[in-house]
Design a protein around this ligand. Structure first.
Ligand code: HEC
Length: 459
């Protein structure tokens, strides 16, 4: 048994007494100004005495309760010292009224007015401590809520970078939850259950009962288990204050199941559908990346440029009526390098380029490398080599690359690795080795690599 906490828990009950007594003394004082002064004097003095004694008792019990911890430090500071102020001021008011402290009437009035004001503020901070800052207006009409701009979702305020690519899972999503809902009791200074949740080391170290995090298995991690227990369970976390919201629980679960990495980016691994929906709904993060040609806009290619292109043997079509990006296909075979360079006439506009089986040579890839908005490139069935592919490193928006039936070897993968936006790669019938492909997929798990069928093994 812990006698201090036991006594401390009477604080919420006792605090109502000074509020009542002091308000009563205050009202009697106001009233007696209008009517017969003498008749209230004894009653005011008695109410002040009761108010002072109960205020001191309430402050004492509050002090004991606060030692239990888990409260917001800042709010607690104000509640504690304003409460102490009420006890002191009421005692002074009583001393003035009895004449133990001699003075003219105005200090007594001031002390009483002051006590009532302090009580209002102390009570407010006390309410915030136990019920959270939006308790008062949670069920208020919408316009009142807007006036207080009350965010009553209970969701932790999370500030996220606007680009999903720059969101770090732990730093931007998990840490803020732990900081707002757990740090009150699990910091270096509090360390309840021997557990620190405000640092990576603390989380990995665990608490008195051992490890709290089993990477890859949320249901075996105390860190997760404790927040999904029934709320009346003795082990439910947090035992005081706002519980985790559904979205926060899902995030925590997903983070642990995905390996509990402390430095991974949100887009490092493919996200399950429910997580995508949750991120969009609760955090306005749209992780379903739109293709490059839908995110940026270009001007329309000129008639003259399109004429030159077609004269050289290309066919160009706009992606849609209101999107000026072009899908370009080579229809003539074995055109000259000069003719090939007419592609540069529509340098900005080309986003899909199909050159499959048209006698493309390495020097032409230098020209392709100068197409800044290229997202799909089909150069399969051409006699191109590692030397040509090297130039493609510069294509910073390329998502699809088909190199099927070309002369490339493992060397090309080093260049291809530099294309960070790539999502699909076709390497069927090339000289690229199995080992090099395995190494690449290790490094880029989100990249889909198609190596086709192994004809070599079927004899
Ligand atoms: C109001 C204080 C308080 C808050 C807030 C709080 N905890 Fe705790 N926590 C405790 C106390 C006290 C213990 C030790 C008693 C126990 O094990 O239940 C504890 C123990 C734990 C343990 C077990 C540690 C061990 O090995 O013994 C875990 C895990 C835990 N808390 C997780 C959390 C998480 C996650 C949050 C935030 C969602 C949280 N706690 C918020 C008070 C708190």
């Amino acid at each position: 048994m812990n006698i201090e906490i036991f006594l401390g828990r009477f604080h919420p009950l006792i605090v109502h007494l000074p509020i009542g007594f002091i308000l009563l003394a205050f009202l009697m004082m106001l009233w007696s100004k209008k009517s017969d002064k003498g008749s209230f004097n004894q009653a005011i003095r008695f109410a002040l005495l009761l108010g002072a004694v109960s205020a001191v008792l309430a402050a004492f019990l509050g002090w004991l309760l606060a030692a239990d911890g888990g409260y917001d430090e800042n709010t607690l500071f104000w509640h504690r010292w304003l409460g102490v102020g009420v006890a002191i001021l009421t005692t002074i008011a009583w001393l003035l009224h009895t004449g133990i402290i001699q003075s003219n009437p105005w200090p007594l009035s001031a002390a009483l007015w002051g006590s009532v004001l302090l009580i209002a503020f102390t009570g407010h901070f006390g309410g915030v401590l136990t019920h959270g800052s939006n308790y008062l207006v949670q069920y208020a009409p919408t316009f009142v809520q807007q006036m207080f701009s009350a965010d009553n979702s209970g969701e932790t305020e999370i500030l996220l970078p606007s680009q999903p690519d720059s969101i770090a899972v732990f730093q931007h999503l998990i840490e803020p939850i732990l900081n707002s809902k757990c740090a009150g009791c699990h910091s270096e200074t509090k360390k309840k259950g021997g557990l620190v949740l405000t640092s990576q080391e603390g989380i990995l170290e665990g608490g008195e009962e051992g490890e709290v995090l089993v990477a890859g298995n949320a249901y075996k991690s105390a860190l997760f288990e404790r927040v999904i227990l029934p709320k009346n369970s003795k082990k439910f976390m947090p035992p005081k204050g706002e519980p985790l919201t559904f979205a926060e629980i899902k995030l925590l679960e997903w983070w642990i199941d995905a390996g509990a990495s402390f430095d991974e980016q949100l887009t490092a691994n493919p996200l399950p559908h429910d997580m995508k929906a949750l991120l969009l709904r609760n955090f306005q993060v749209d992780v379903s990346r739109k293709p490059h040609y839908e995110r940026v806009q270009v001007t329309q290619a000129s008639e003259a440029a399109l004429d030159k292109l077609s004269a050289a043997g290309f066919k160009a079509i706009s992606l849609s009526a209101d999107n000026h990006f072009l899908e370009v296909k080579l229809v003539e075979s074995s055109i000259s390098l000069d003719q090939f360079k007419s592609l540069l006439e529509v340098q900005e506009q080309v986003t899909w380029l199909d050159l499959a089986g048209k006698g493309i040579t390495d020097p032409m890839l230098q020209v392709i490398a100068r197409l800044p908005n290229l997202t799909r490139l089909k150069i399969e069935q051409n006699a191109i080599t590692d030397k040509g592919v090297q130039a493609l490193e510069k294509l910073s928006h390329l998502e699809y690359l088909n190199l099927y039936a070309t002369e490339i070897t493992d060397k090309s993968l080093a260049s291809i690795k530099e294309i960070k936006t790539l999502t699909h790669l076709y390497l069927w019938q090339t000289h690229v080795s199995e080992e090099a492909i395995d190494a690449l997929s290790q490094e880029r798990p989100a990249l889909v690599i198609d190596k086709g069928f192994e004809f070599n093994n079927i004899n």
